[in-house]
Design a protein around this ligand. Structure first.
Ligand code: DC
Length: 229
């Protein structure tokens, strides 16, 4: 049987990490984990329960009541985020959550809580995980690390289209402001800031098709599998 590896995909908000991660996981028969969904689900819990996350005691207490699970949707075959048994895959994409998630994801205790579960999910390898710190902190020894980038305007347009389908009241300017704010907080926070791992391969997908980006990544996977054989 062919050996399995860990593939990490990090990068800026809305530059197509999850699209590539899903494609790769499907092609390889690997597990796909959207680590951002976990931070979004925690944020949703905090918002719904009026948790004051500026107080560590409140964060500690709240985390004890949060159970995060991924379950596959039988119809689409995609893995979806569950918060305490409730499917929150759709609601965590809302701008209300997006506006607060970077603040919540910057809290050390929240990160420790999420990272531990992410590392457990990778114990048997055969996993593609996307996020901000996956190649640097969660799986520093991953066999293949990809760092994705794309032009700012292209990222804003992509995210706008995605959100507009769900909510036609959203504006391009709101989306731009949210992306810029998240990128700033994600890359300047004290704990595990977004950065490219020294051994990550960079993929700028501003001007490549989905098929082309998948082909590039598959070539890298093949190289890694050959090196490790
Ligand atoms: O990938 P995303 O946009 O769904 O991520 C939501 C937020 O979660 C993002 O602003 C930063 C944070 N995040 C993080 O800090 N670390 C990760 N591994 C994944 C996401």
């Amino acid at each position: 049987m062919q050996q399995k590896i860990i593939i990490t995909i990090d990068g800026w908000s809305s530059c197509g990490k999850s699209t590539l991660a899903k494609q790769l996981a499907r092609e390889l028969g690997y597990l796909y984990i959207d680590s951002g969904a976990m931070y979004r689900a925690i944020t949703l819990y905090f918002l719904r329960n009026h948790v004051d996350w500026t107080h560590l005691d409140a964060v500690h207490e709240a985390l004890q009541h949060i159970k995060l699970t991924f379950m596959s949707n039988h119809k689409t075959g995609q893995s979806e985020m569950y918060l305490n048994g409730e499917n929150v895959e759709y609601v965590i994409r809302d701008l209300v959550v997006a506006e607060k998630v970077s603040e919540v994801a910057a809290i050390r205790e929240v990160r420790e809580f999420a990272v531990k579960q992410q590392q457990d999910m990778g114990k048997n390898k055969g996993i593609v995980m996307d996020g901000r710190d996956i190649g640097t902190v969660v799986f520093p020894h991953a066999e293949l690390k990809i760092f994705m980038t794309a032009d700012n305007d292209i990222r804003v347009k992509r995210r706008f289209q995605e959100l507009y389908e769900k909510n036609p009241n959203v504006t391009m300017e709101e989306v731009r402001a949210n992306l810029e704010m998240r990128d700033y907080i994600d890359s300047h926070r004290e704990v595990s800031p977004l950065r490219k791992a020294d051994d990550a391969l960079e993929l700028d997908n501003s001007h490549v098709t989905m098929k082309e980006q998948l082909d590039i990544a598959k070539k890298w996977v093949q190289e890694r599998l050959t090196q490790n054989a």
